[in-house]
Design a protein around this ligand. Structure first.
Ligand SMILES: [Zn+2]
Length: 89
């Protein structure tokens, strides 16, 4: 039985490997400020980027691919959702 942390680390390794070949998924940590960090994958989808849980791939939110003025607020919302998120597995 893996702990959640082991599972995340394994997923990170797998995803990094995958990213080198496919270039679409990479796990990123959204950090900074006082809110807990969340880890997500970013998937480019036209003019926005979808952030998903790296373990169950449930979308946690999206933000502008242009990284415009709203991006900070959008990322904060993703962090809020991510911190409450529970995998459906
Ligand atoms: Zn999940």
């Amino acid at each position: 039985m893996q702990t959640a942390e082991q599972k995340i680390r394994e997923t990170l390794r797998q995803t990094q490997h995958q990213f080198q070949h496919e270039g679409d998924h990479v796990i990123r940590w959204i950090t900074g400020g006082t809110a807990p960090s969340v880890h997500v994958t970013f998937q480019s989808n036209g003019d926005h980027i979808v952030a998903r849980c790296p373990l169950c791939e449930q979308p946690l939110g999206r933000f502008d691919a242009s990284y415009g003025p709203a991006t900070y607020r959008q990322l904060a919302a993703i962090r809020e959702v991510g911190n409450r998120h529970q995998c459906l597995q």
